[in-house]
Design a protein around this ligand. Sequence first.
Ligand code: NAD
Length: 375
Amino acid sequence: MNEKVSVIGAGTMGHGIAQIAAMSGFQVWIYDIKEEILFNAIEKIKQSLEKFKAKGVISDINEVLSRINKTTSLEDALKNSNYMIEAVLEILDIKLQIFKKAESIIPDAEFFGTNTSSLPISEISRELTLKEKVVGIHFFNPPQLMKLVEIIKGNYTSEETLNKAVIFGKRLNKVPVIVKKDVPGFIVNRLLARLMNASCQIVENNVANIVEIDSALKYKLGFPMGVFELADYSGIDVFYLVFRAMKERGFLGSICKTFEKMYEEGKFGVKTGEGFYKYPGKGIYKKPDIPAEAGSKFDPWLVVSPEVGEALWLIKNDIASESDINTASMLGLGYPKGIVQMGNEFGLTNVKDRLKKLAEITGKKEYDYLLQYFE
Ligand SMILES: NC(=O)c1ccc[n+]([C@@H]2O[C@H](COP(=O)([O-])OP(=O)(O)OC[C@H]3O[C@@H](n4cnc5c(N)ncnc54)[C@H](O)[C@@H]3O)[C@@H](O)[C@H]2O)c1
């Protein structure tokens, strides 16, 4: 295959995206601002490819690596490319410069994709001539392992571009879900924002503690991690900044005060050695002690109910289909079943009762707002 993919940014996400594109047979050019960053990216790719080889997923590491070229020249990275995926820092101006350059160098590209977590696709494309070719292609960390990719239609994205991005996602061996409107947080981060903030508010209101909630989510509902465990693992800073960006752009939800406080105090979780739980040292992970019996008295639906409300909001506003939301919650959050399916099995009337209770306990208007979507 001679099709070329340009991956702009070789950090956490960029190197993983470059790797999966090369594993899928594309010729890949990866760009970053410094040689050293590119060198480290290739080293990380090699380590990951070793693991794939050990599992028998690939047979020849060098064959995959031979398809990855690195450069600090944006022009070289883009020249003659068929697809661009941008994964640089979450700063609008930096992204804008890259997209402007891309449309001038490769106007015939199939699409210009952005991996942004919190910036609107429409804002990235607004000043461009080829607005219709800009699309959100939101991978999950680590892209090498996470099957889900959210494909987001911005205000200017054409149907043709959207379809090309879906096909591209499948060619990378991912499962694409479509986000039909450019809403803050897309699907997965909106669901997570509901669960995390509700759980945190429940703790602030002294209804349950973090271990009780985490235990109930894991052992009663089969979630892969407790919500506080997840916040620590992925970084309280990461979630706080995404939630804040979502809220600034119109997401109707309050950010729990504890999150803000921990962010300000630099208690980010595993990476700083302390978050909701304590760790042996900075960046040293030890699974928190969350006994199965700790959650026996806590009803996890109290904190999961706003996620179901959010899912209904997404469906009723024609932003995502029920089946895509179910897929996103299973592949993006690791739930044993889709969130809508879980809600239906528990009974929407029961979910609604829990949401009413959550609204009463917290006094937050977003929960009253979500209640109308159960009608
Ligand atoms: N980390 C995640 O879990 C995650 C998940 C999904 C999406 N995202 C999104 O992916 C994007 C990248 O995130 P990340 O976690 O990989 O960040 P990162 O900080 O690990 O990597 C960003 C890279 O961009 C490079 N960069 C900085 N300035 C640049 C410039 N002017 N031109 C080109 N490259 C430049 C940096 O050198 C760095 O290597 C962001 O938009 C983020 O919101 C992140």
